[in-house]
Design a protein around this ligand. Structure first.
Ligand SMILES: Nc1ncnc2c1ncn2[C@@H]1O[C@H](COP(=O)(O)OP(=O)(O)OP(=O)(O)O)[C@@H](O)[C@H]1O
Length: 291
């Protein structure tokens, strides 16, 4: 008598599940870019030929020896500097050809001393379209509420009416982060934003920045000398050689989000920061610097 074959024994062809995530767009592309400052024999070659790509929503940390051209890359992508050679594309067009909403923060919070914290934070809404068109109508209502909500998110609820000089350095830097993010930028350029802060405040701000990035998913380029900071925040760490800067390593960082300070004590984390440190020490030594 024939018995029916157990269906479990028949191999079922598997069709791959469609990936529910939309494909990510290439957002930044540096194609064989070089930069020299000045001309003739006194010119400084800041960047050797470099190529770098970032997808929409990437969080990339740029690390490397002092003077290797990290800030130069931010200036190129922010259209504050023209490349000497090669091409810089942002949002699919040559940089500058298309309006991209950019937020920036630097080591020095650069808040305007004659404006309240709230007015400092609202500044991009006064300047950047499409917000600018509605500035007069919304500055005392919706925009003010938006600034207050963001300030509350970084622990500055109730400080909107104060002036920069009434706040500590860490509080000013929080406000400067709010100003960088109030207009919901697609691109966030951060140049050592926590470099002048003590370790505890810095770690608090990592957490805040991570939350803001998870919420808004801007593409971020972060310049930092703090390797723990780079490994805590970034999903890719780009290590550069000494000047003229080249890209030595493009290291993916896969720790689960949200990362916490506990993440920084895991062996994988310390191994990564150790590896980065070794690379940078080697790069400095190769360039004749102190190991
Ligand atoms: N406007 C300028 N004119 C001349 N040289 C410049 C100018 N800006 C930068 N440089 C030089 O170009 C090189 C790269 O500078 P950049 O600021 O990009 O480096 P960096 O890696 O961000 O440095 P750091 O880590 O010390 O902040 C440095 O040697 C710097 O002295």
């Amino acid at each position: 008598m024939k018995t029916a074959k157990s269906p479990a024994l028949v191999p079922v062809p598997t069709v791959p599940e469609p990936d529910p995530r939309p494909p990510r767009r290439l957002f930044i592309e540096l194609e064989r870019v070089t930069v020299s400052y000045g001309k003739g024999p006194s010119a400084t070659q800041a960047l050797a030929e470099i190529s770098l790509q970032a997808e929409e929503g990437d969080f990339i940390a740029l690390v490397g020896p002092s003077g290797c051209g990290k800030s130069t890359i931010l200036k190129l992508v922010g259209d504050l500097l023209k490349a000497s050679g090669g091409h810089v594309f942002v949002a699919g067009r040559e940089v500058g050809a298309q309006d991209v909403r950019i937020g920036m923060a630097f080591q020095n919070p650069t808040l305007l001393p004659w404006l309240s914290i709230r007015d400092n934070v609202m500044l991009p809404l006064k300047i950047v379209q499409p917000f600018r068109a509605e500035w007069k109508r919304k500055r005392h209502g919706e925009y003010r509420d938006r600034a207050e909500a963001l300030l509350a998110k970084v622990g500055l609820g109730g400080f909107g009416g104060k002036y920069p000089w009434q706040l500590s350095g860490g509080m000013q830097q929080r406000a400067s982060l709010c100003r960088a993010l109030i207009h919901e930028p697609n691109l966030l350029l951060l140049d050592e934003p926590f470099g002048a802060l003590d370790q505890f405040t810095r770690e608090e701000l990592w957490d805040i920045l991570q939350t803001l990035w998870i919420d808004g998913k801007p593409t971020v380029l972060l310049v930092t000398h703090d390797l723990r900071e780079s490994a805590f925040l970034a999903n890719r760490i780009v290590v550069m050689s000494a000047r003229p800067g080249r890209i030595l390593v493009d290291e993916p960082v896969g720790f689960a989000r949200p990362r916490t300070l506990d993440t920084t004590y895991q062996p994988g984390f310390t191994n990564l920061t150790h590896k980065l440190r070794t690379l940078i020490v080697e790069a400095r030594t190769a360039a004749g610097g102190t190991p």
